[in-house]
Design a protein around this ligand. Structure first.
Ligand SMILES: [Zn+2]
Length: 479
């Protein structure tokens, strides 16, 4: 009984344990975990290294079609499945879950077919799709969604803002109802559209159109109100709800309150809310556009509140919200070099820097331990989005998706070391300790010695099972 690959002498970390053991991999899956494993066809020496489950980035945007009225403001996404998944892999991630978007007046099923075509032959990592519902017609609610959920798309997202995406409270309840009947998990972008529009109109009238006005038009109260409304709608409909990209203490407080009432509400945050502030949008000329995302980065008090949420278990998932727009005329500057903040694409890149940032700022700085790091970046996403135990853990029978980390390696983040197609990183100059050096996906080494070893197209589409959030009504028992 021989193994295709043996990883020897490493420290294995899961969401619950840190142990020293060897791993034996056969046919793409973990076949043995033991004190010592005899030679396989190939042996990787992981002495002094951490062996972690490959990361899962369950919030990223890749190759979404261009259209006005969206977060993109008609700009072109710089990354598709090829460069996006390569960038993810170099940053320690082996599974990505981008969003398949329904545009109004079109069928959701057609959007899924189109997104499969966009992914075909491109990805180096495995992938699933969340579905964004922007037009919940009777046909979408009654036929398309139930069929798509049964085909393995068990996570759906709705927006409370953006002209072309926003749903009314009543429409959100309609989608939630279908989600309850079919046991899908709901994700929501929670910002109050009317308040943003009113504030943005006033700012423009006052001539305040620079990128920083983007933050002024979307204060934390806008997010707090929408978060409160979103969890209330979920309570009424009886569905588990994921609040994506929580940016500060006030919405987190609403989430804690909903949980205290007994509802399954899951909170996500992203690197930009821990590292950036509104001051990053105040850079001269249009440079502040490089830090424009929604919700916007806040202040140091918000950062502290988010770290508190990560430490006390209010925040359970950590994703990038990678939304790749270059700082050029196809991307951030599409509406011109002096455009109003309202015409600038919202979103920043982050697939490759997500894990190193949380490792360095969280684990190395002593804010979280290694199992919590794995839970936040892999295991909880796998459970929540119906990919566990195939993905997100190190266990016999699981896919051999692994990230072998050098916990001592020091790296200064600069855009030229990254593999995305975006021409900047908002984390330029950030000093990091700890970096994933060897990546394994289904037993195949895909990144080694800073080189890509995998062919685009090897990544497989994953059908999602029912979310763990549906398996219990107990608070936090889903993880
Ligand atoms: Zn997003």
């Amino acid at each position: 009984m021989t193994f295709d690959l043996v990883i020897r002498g490493g420290t294995i970390v899961t969401a619950s344990d840190v142990t020293k053991a060897d791993l034996g991999i056969r046919d793409g899956r973990i076949a043995a975990i033991a004190e010592h494993i005899a030679d396989g066809e190939r042996v990787i020496d992981a002495t002094g290294r951490l062996v972690l489950p490959g990361g899962i980035d369950a919030h990223c945007h890749l190759d979404q079609p261009q259209a006005p009225g969206l977060a993109s403001k008609g700009a072109k996404m710089a990354d598709g499945f090829r460069s996006g998944s390569i960038s993810a892999a170099f940053g320690g991630t082996t599974t990505i879950v981008p969003f398949c978007v329904q545009h109004r007046g079109t069928s959701l099923t057609a959007a899924v077919d189109d997104y499969h075509r966009r992914a075909e032959g491109q990805s180096v990592t495995d992938y699933a799709f969340h579905l964004i519902v922007s037009d919940p017609t009777p046909a979408v609610l009654g036929q398309e969604l139930p069929a798509l959920i049964r085909r393995g798309h068990t996570s759906l997202k709705v927006y409370m803002t953006y002209d072309a995406m926003q749903l009314s409270d009543r429409q959100i309840l309609d989608v939630f109802e279908t989600a309850r009947e079919e046991k899908a998990v709901m994700l929501i972008h929670a910002e109050n559209h009317e308040m943003i529009g009113w504030l943005a109109d006033r700012l423009e009238k006052q001539g305040r159109t620079k990128p920083v006005a983007h933050a002024t038009s979307r204060p934390l109260a806008v997010e707090r109100e929408a978060t409160h409304r979103a969890v209330t709608l979920a309570e009424i409909a009886g569905v588990p709800l994921v609040i994506v990209h929580v940016s500060g203490g006030d919405p987190l407080e609403e989430i804690r309150r909903a949980r205290a009432r007994g509802h399954v509400v899951i909170a996500e945050t992203c690197p930009q809310y821990l590292l950036l502030t509104e001051a990053d949008l105040e850079m001269p000329d249009m440079l502040g556009a490089k830090a424009m995302c929604s919700p916007p980065p806040r202040d140091t008090a918000a950062q502290a509140a988010l770290w508190q949420g990560i430490e006390d278990g209010t925040i359970d998932i950590f994703n990038s919200d990678h939304a790749p727009y270059c700082f050029d005329q196809d991307g951030k500057l599409k509406a011109g070099p002096a455009a109003s903040f309202r015409a600038i694409a919202n979103g920043i890149p982050g697939l490759e820097t997500r894990l190193p940032i949380l490792f360095s700022e969280g684990v190395v700085k002593g804010r979280i331990d290694l199992p919590r790091f794995v839970a936040l970046t892999a295991t909880n996403n796998a459970k929540l989005y119906g990919l566990h135990p195939q993905k997100g853990t190190i266990a016999v029978g699981a896919d051999a998706d692994l990230a072998i980390w050098d916990p001592e390696k020091r790296v200064t983040i600069t855009n030229d070391i990254l593999h995305h197609n975006v021409d900047y990183t908002p984390f330029e100059g950030l000093e990091i300790q700890g970096w994933p050096e060897t990546m394994v996906s289904r037993g195949e080494v895909i990144v080694e010695n800073r080189e890509l070893k995998a062919a685009p197209g090897r990544g497989r589409f994953l059908t999602q099972k029912t979310s763990s959030a549906w398996k219990t009504r107990e608070i936090n028992a889903w993880i």
